[in-house]
Design a protein around this ligand. Sequence first.
Ligand code: ADE
Ligand code: ZN
Ligand code: ZN
Length: 271
Amino acid sequence: MQWTSHAWCRAGVLATAFAATLLCAPPAFAWGPLGHRIVARLAEAQLTPRAWAEAQQLLALRGAHHLADIAVWADDLRDTDPALFQRTKRMHFVNFHSGKCVYDPPRDCRNGECVVAVIEKYSAILADRSNSPATRAEALAFVVHFVGDIHQPLHADYRHDAGGNDFQVRWHGRGTNLHHVWDSLMLDSTHLSVAQFTDQLAAQRTRIAIGGTPARWAEESCRIDRDDGVYPRSHFIDQTYVERELPIAEQRLRQAGARLAELLNRDLASG
Ligand code: ADE
Ligand code: ZN
Ligand code: ZN
C-alpha cells in the first residue's frame, strides 16, 4: 500500500487525527511488497528444475529474473495500468458472508471475481501451452500474487468490514487499520530484508500442511480471522498482539510459498 503517495495524507495535518486516518487509508489489496516477495522466494526455492527452467523463460518476457520480481505487479497496476486494475481489483480477496467460513461460490464469488476462482483460472491459463507465452507470463504473475493474497487471513474474511480495512486500530500511537497491520506493518516491524526473512522462515522446521485447494486455503484464512485473536477487542495493537499474531502470519507465508511451488511444479511440469 502506498500511504505517502496520497496527497490527502500530506494535507492531513489540517484534519483531525481520526479523519486523517480515514483519508490516508485507501483500501489495501495485498500483503505488502515484503510479504509477497517472501512467498515468491520461498516458492522459487522449492521448484523442480523443469518448472524453474520454464518459469525463467516466462519471467524473461517480463524483463524479470525471479518470481519475487513479478510478485507485486498485480498491486502496482493501481498506478501503472488503472484500467486493468479496475478490472482485477476484486480478484485480490474473497468475502465469506458467514462466520461458518464455508466457501459458497454463488454467494461469495459472483461472476468468478474473487481470489479463489482466479487462482484456478490463471493456473489453468498458465498450464495451457496453446496460450501465447505473453498470456502465460501474465498468468504466472497473477498466480504468484494471488496465492500470496489468499493466505493473508484478512483477504478471506467473513466480517463486513472490507477485510479489516474499516477496522480502525492504534499502532505505536498512531491510527491505522487492521488490514494494513497484517499486509505490512507487522512484517515490516521485524526490520528484516526479504532475503533475511525468507531465510528465517525456510529454516523453521515445524510441519506445514501443503496440498488442498484455493477454496480450502481461503477457508483456513477465514477461520484464523474468527478464532485466532486477529481482531483485537481493545483496537490497540501492542507487543502481546504481535507476539501472538506474527507467528501466525509467518506460518501463512510458509504455507503460501510451499503451495505456490506445488501449483507451479504442476502447471509448468510438461513441455
Ligand atoms: N475489500 C473488501 N474486502 C476486502 C478484503 N478482504 N481484502 C482487501 N480488500 C477488500
Ligand atoms: Zn493483492
Ligand atoms: Zn491486503
